[in-house]
Design a protein around this ligand. Structure first.
Ligand code: PHE
Length: 343
C-alpha cells in the first residue's frame, strides 16, 4: 500500500507541474483529494489494515496530502502570474499611436479656470505665511454650524440650507468648517486658508449654483484688529487683479464674526463710474469678512482673552467670473469643452 501511495503521489505531482490552467489544477484536486478522490479512497481503506501498518500508512498519506496541497497552491500562483503577465503584454493601449501624418499637433489639457485661480490664491497666501488646510466635503452639523456659533434653532441656518445624509451629516455649505478643524489642531498664533468645494440647496440661475468653490482664511494672533484684516485683503486683491483696488467695508451679519463686514471693491469694469456689471452703483460686493467671534475661538479651544483673529471668505466662481467677464455661473460645471478651451 505504501508503494501504491508513493506512485499516486509521484504521478499527481508530475501532472500538477504540467498543468496549464487553473481549471486543470482544480479538476486534479477533486480527482485526488476530493470526497471520492484517489487519496481519499486510500485513507478510507485504512480500517482494513493491521494496527501498526495503519498508523504508518495514515501518517504517510497525511504528509503526502499536505505536500500535494502545497504543490497545487504553488502551481496556482505561478499560473496566475503568467496570466497577468500575458494580459500586460497583450492588452495594452498605445496612447501615442496616431495615423501617420494626420495629426499636426497634440491637444494639451489644462487646469480648469477655478483650479487656476485657486492655486494662484494659494501661492499668494503661502507667500504671506499662511498654511493650506483641507477638510471633508461631507461634514458634521457640529463643524459646519454649531462650532461656528450657529446653534440648531438659529435663523442663519436658513441662508445655508444644504443636502443632508440619512445619518444626519451634511454636504458642507462653506469652507469655514475646515477652519474649525484647524483651530482644534493648531496652537495660536497661526494663519491658515482652506480652499474647497461647497454645496447649497439653491434654486439654480445665472448667479446661483448648488455646487461652487471657496477659499476661506483665518489669522489668529495677539491683538488682531480690522486694520490687519484690511491690509491682508488689499494685498490679496492687488495680487489677484494686478492693480491697486479701492475698497469699502459695509456691516454684514455672519454669526461667526463680530464685527462682520461685506467688503466691496470699486467696479473693475467701469472704474467706479457705474455700469451694468456693478448695477450702476460703482461698487461690486466681493468678500465677506470680520473679526472671529469669541464663541468660535472658544469652540476651537482658543482663549479669546488672549487671542483674536480675522476671517474672510472668497467665492472662487465669482472671482473667475469677474476676471473673464463670464455672465453665467452654470458654465463652470457644464462640462462644455468649448467653454473650457478658452482658459
Ligand atoms: N462662511 C461664509 C459663507 O460662506 C463666509 C464668511 C467667511 C463670512 C468668513 C465671514 C467670515 O457665507
Amino acid at each position: 500500500m505504501k508503494k501504491q501511495l508513493q506512485e499516486l503521489y509521484a504521478q499527481t505531482i508530475s501532472v500538477i507541474e504540467k498543468a496549464a490552467t487553473i481549471d486543470e489544477l482544480e479538476q486534479l484536486r477533486v480527482k485526488v483529494l476530493g470526497r471520492k478522490g484517489d487519496l481519499t479512497q486510500v485513507l478510507r481503506s485504512l480500517g482494513t489494515l493491521p494496527q501498526e501498518e495503519r498508523v504508518a500508512i495514515g501518517k504517510l498519506s497525511n504528509e503526502l496530502k499536505e505536500k500535494i496541497e502545497s504543490a497545487l497552491e504553488n502551481r496556482k500562483t505561478v499560473l496566475t502570474e503568467q496570466q497577468i503577465n500575458k494580459l500586460i503584454m497583450e492588452d495594452w493601449l498605445d496612447v501615442t499611436l496616431t495615423m501617420p501624418g494626420t495629426l499636426k499637433h497634440y491637444e494639451r489639457g489644462h487646469l480648469h479656470p477655478i483650479s487656476q485661480i485657486q492655486y494662484e490664491i494659494e501661492d499668494i497666501f503661502t507667500s504671506m505665511g499662511f498654511e493650506i488646510l483641507d477638510g471633508p466635503e461631507v461634514e458634521t452639523d457640529y463643524y459646519n454650524f454649531e462650532a461656528l456659533n450657529i446653534p440648531p434653532y438659529h435663523p442663519a441656518r436658513d441662508m445655508q440650507d444644504t443636502f443632508w445624509t440619512e445619518d444626519g451629516n451634511l454636504l458642507r455649505t462653506h469652507t469655514s468648517a475646515i477652519q474649525v478643524r484647524g483651530m482644534e489642531r493648531l496652537k495660536p498664533p497661526f494663519r491658515v486658508i482652506g480652499p474647497g468645494r461647497v454645496f447649497r440647496y439653491e434654486s439654480i440661475d445665472a448667479s446661483h449654483e448648488n455646487t461652487f468653490y471657496q477659499v476661506e482664511g483665518m489669522m489668529v494672533d495677539k491683538d488682531i484688529s480690522v486694520a490687519h484684516l484690511i491690509y491682508f485683503m488689499k494685498t490679496l486683491l492687488k495680487e489677484i487683479f494686478h492693480k491697486e483696488t479701492t475698497i469699502r467695508l459695509r456691516p454684514g451679519y455672519f454669526p461667526f464674526v463680530e464685527p462682520g463686514f461685506e467688503l466691496d471693491i470699486h467696479c473693475l469694469i467701469c472704474g467706479g463710474k457705474g455700469c451694468s456689471v456693478c448695477k450702476y452703483s460703482g461698487w461690486v460686493e466681493l468678500l465677506p469678512c470680520g473679526l472671529v467671534h469669541p464663541n468660535v475661538l472658544r469652540y476651537g479651544n482658543i482663549d479669546p482673552d488672549k487671542w483674536s483673529g480675522f476671517a474672510f471668505g472668497l467665492g472662487l466662481n465669482r472671482l473667475v467670473m469677474m476676471r473673464y467677464g463670464i455672465n453665467d455661473i452654470r458654465h463652470f460645471l457644464s462640462g462644455d469643452i468649448r467653454f473650457l478651451y478658452q482658459f
